[in-house]
Design a protein around this ligand. Structure first.
Ligand code: PHE
Length: 337
């Protein structure tokens, strides 16, 4: 026997299937199931004739009302499916995942330069810059390297003309800064430098960071302290340093600083040439002639300077054995940093 409760259940079930239909085929199946010639609601409507007379009007009215509701729901669902279909552009699949948004990265050399600069910024240094196409005067003469001085052979220079060179080091920034500013001062100067050189450890262009500190009382102990701290912050607390006497025309005394080998920790390996030490920078106390060339009184001011090669430090930090990898710019290399 059909009663009102069964009819209501039938309605709910039918609405659920109509509204849940994902495509026209599904919708048509729902229509046939409930409203088709042999559909469930159609059967009910047919059987009303056999009901006892007192039930006929109630069930009949309800069944017809449900039929209208289901027909309306069908129409609505059809329209919705049509809207959805139209929203699809031909040939465009809106269900595909989006394209990944590719973010660029800083070049490993840039990363290392920034890291080193930050160490010195924390120690109160500020950043200075200068031109890459430089006067012979700033690159050599003001740095106590007169014309024909044998020290010019230390660096294979690219000449633009007789008086203009591609700077061979960042030291000319020392001169330009001191010409512009009065002491005391504390600067670091990162930048590109150029030398006519090319093999597994040299490229014609590379990067240096120059340091300069000038004050009334700066000692060699300050130089050692600051550079030791720099080495330990860059390569780890356990890093040991040593200073060897060296020669630069613009510093006196001059030194080169080595760190304990980052690969073998001093035991000796291929990277450190079995010495246990790696040379990482040149430094020294500013030569009085350099102060004279910028108009600082060498009786009043003292200072230290240093210059380090960024590529060499990056190679040691990342374990890279060929400097040229930095400039071939293969993504598979660059993406590792
Ligand atoms: N300019 C030197 C070089 O390129 C490094 C250096 C800088 C040494 C400052 C001493 C002081 O090799």
């Amino acid at each position: 026997m059909i009663d009102e409760k069964r009819l209501e259940d039938l309605k709910e079930e039918a609405l659920k299937e109509i509204r849940g239909a994902q495509d026209e085929k599904g919708l048509e199946a729902a229509r046939v199931k409930f409203l088709g010639r042999k559909g469930e609601l159609t059967q009910v409507l047919k059987s009303i004739a056999k009901l006892p007379p007192e039930l006929k009007p109630v069930i009949g009215r309800l069944a017809n009302q449900i039929k209208r509701e289901l027909e309306a729901a069908l129409k609505e669902a059809q329209a919705e499916l049509k809207r959805r279909k139209e929203a699809f552009l031909p040939g465009v699949d809106l269900t595909l995942p989006g394209r990944p948004y590719l973010l660029g990265k800083l070049h490993p050399i840039t990363q290392v330069m920034q890291e080193i600069c930050e160490i010195f910024l924390r120690m109160g240094f500020s950043i200075a810059t200068g031109p890459e196409i430089e006067l012979d005067y700033y690159n050599f003469e003001a740095l106590n390297i007169p014309p024909d001085h044998p020290a010019r052979d230390m660096q294979a220079t690219f000449y633009v003309d007789e008086k203009v060179v591609l700077r061979t080091h960042t030291s000319p920034i020392q001169i330009r800064t001191m010409e512009r500013e009065k002491p005391p001062l504390r600067i670091i100067a990162p930048g590109k430098v150029y030398r006519c050189d090319s093999d597994v450890t040299h490229t014609p262009m590379f990067h240096q960071i120059e340091g300069l500190m000038v004050d009334r009382e700066v000692s060699f102990a300050d130089l050692k302290g600051i550079l030791t701290l720099f080495a330990q912050e860059t390569f780890g607390e356990k890093t040991r340093v040593r200073f060897r006497p060296s020669y630069f025309p613009f510093t006196e005394p001059s030194v080169e600083m080595d760190i304990s080998c980052v690969i073998c920790d001093g035991d000796g390996c291929r990277v450190c040439g079995h010495t246990g030490w790696l040379e990482i920078l040149g430094a020294g106390m500013v030569h009085p002639n350099v102060f004279r060339s910028v108009g600082y009184d060498p009786e009043e001011w003292v200072g230290f300077a240093f210059g380090l090669g960024v590529e060499r430090i990056a190679m040691l930090k990342f374990g890279i054995d060929d400097i040229r990898l930095f400039y071939e710019n293969h993504l598979r290399f660059l993406e590792q940093f």
